[in-house]
Design a protein around this ligand. Structure first.
Ligand SMILES: [Zn+2]
Length: 115
């Protein structure tokens, strides 16, 4: 096995490799020569040779808004916030301490387009 910086590989690359390998002449020949164990090792060898990929962290941002609320003292504006990716609402007062959505896992940043 060659040295790899990252152990992550692409799902698409694995599927393409399996399709490629299973339709190859060598695949059928490996079955004849070495049985299913030989085929397994043949496939493992192929998967090990796939180049590694660096996973890109998914990013989301805070959506913040205010809801009007009529009270005895007049109109109050109640702050709200939610994750841009899954819509999970959080307490806006503690959201500055939250850096990842606990529901969908994205990294949450302040919306750069919102003042
Ligand atoms: Zn989320």
């Amino acid at each position: 096995m060659k040295k790899q910086e990252s152990d992550c590989i692409s799902r698409q690359a694995v599927l393409e490799k399996i399709k490629e390998v299973c339709f190859s002449k060598e695949w059928a020949q490996f079955r004849v020569d070495n049985g299913s164990n030989g085929q397994r090792d043949f496939l493992i060898n192929y998967i090990e040779q796939l180049s590694s990929v660096e996973p890109q962290p998914r990013k989301g941002y805070w959506i913040r808004w205010y809801e009007e609320e009529e009270t005895d003292c007049g109109t109050e504006y109640d702050p709200h916030c939610k994750c841009s990716e899954c819509g999970t609402e959080y307490d806006p007062h503690t959201s500055i301490f939250i850096h990842f959505c606990s529901n969908c896992g994205v990294e949450l940043e302040e919306n750069p387009y919102m003042e």
